[in-house]
Design a binder for this molecule. Sequence first.
Ligand SMILES: [Zn+2]
Length: 471
Amino acid sequence: MPRRRDSGAPRVVCRTARVGLRLTRAQRQRCFGLLRAAGDLWACVLEYNSWRHRRQDRPVAGYQELCRLLAASGPGTFGELDSTGARSVLRRYSDAWFSAAARRRAGHGEVRYPRRRRSLMPVRWYHGTFGLSERRLRLPTSLGSPPLVVRLDRAVPYPRDAVRSVTLVFDQGRLWVEVTAELPVATYAAGQEPQRGRVAGVDLGIIHPYAVAAGDGQMLLVSGRAIRTEHRQHLADTKGRRRATAARAPKRGQRGSRRWRKTRRRARLMEGRHRRRVRQAGHEAAKTVIDWAVQHRVGTLTVGDPRGVLDLPAGRRHNLRLRQWQLGRAIAVLKDKAELAGITVYLVDERGTSSTCPVCQRRVVKPRGRTMMCRSCGFVGHRDVAAAFTIATRTPGGVTTTAPDMGAVITHRRAGRHLPGAGLSRRDPRRPPAVSGSVGRLRPAPLPVGSRSLRQRLGEEPQHHRQPGER
Ligand SMILES: [Zn+2]
């Protein structure tokens, strides 16, 4: 539920970041205790309302009514969960119930009221109830229980006084806190602000997540090859792991062993890490585009939408489906960052842009490689950038663009600097250091094979071969 704001206040947007936790065993257990207690509370509300339903009573769904029931149940009913945390669960239930009711009234009879129990339920605490310092977070707990202070694995990426709420969640096999902050839309010094009249077209793709061309001839290409490599390496790793662990898999009808559970957990963690890497790279790619746009004072980004869907609300379900699609994500991430930077984003149909010459607007043979060649006017240029030029001309309201000068410099940027092998950032833990060609990279030179004395001097244990009779 959004807060009320003064009409004259500066525009703000809400952004959420996920931060991992560094926990001791006892802290982990207490965190799980909180999530489990929240799950119990959720189940309790479901149970209570199903009783009432059977007795043909009116269900209790109003937030304040539920809060009164919670207060009546007395302290300590839900373990260490304090009343603010518990109320966040009630708020979640109430919101879900009323949105279902509204949709049912609107004729969607298939929408159901909340009815599913969950063993772990996210708990949210709003501003003023938790304590946040550099890398420490104090979560409120019920009266009489010791304070719960957890360590964060990175600094919260927002100014401390902008943070509005924290949510404890369990996802991808790990505990996290989601930190939500209210950030003001960027303001610029006079003469630095993006201008609405300056338009750039954005072409979305896989090899190049974003190809951008401004109306005045500036161009940017963001490469996504590192992301594709990550996808492929992950696939290869997954296959290898499957092959290696297949023998341990329980047979049909057989109960899984503890060892198998560990294997499954490991696979889940790897899957989560892969997803986080790709997600991070997507954010970096979008940030590159926005930084570039701000630098060139581009105030309008026109994005070619390959789904042929215009910026029409497609209903909640379809919107959700679109958002879950990776391509939809690329658009959503760009939109979010543009909003924060004060840049307008339009979505236009991109049909035909990759086979239209940006100079003479005639159809060209759909290019096979990365280069577009026009037989009529002799234009030669990068396919995706050429498409971005044509997309820019489709900006609603019409814009004047200069003809692209493909001799001009294209800014090349790479998404996913953190990905293995993509830069100086981090060595791929899965691969040994490169033997040669690592000029300019901050990598230790590999030890020559057989230099055992050197290895020993570096403190590595020499390989110990077991003798036949030895135990
Ligand atoms: Zn042409």
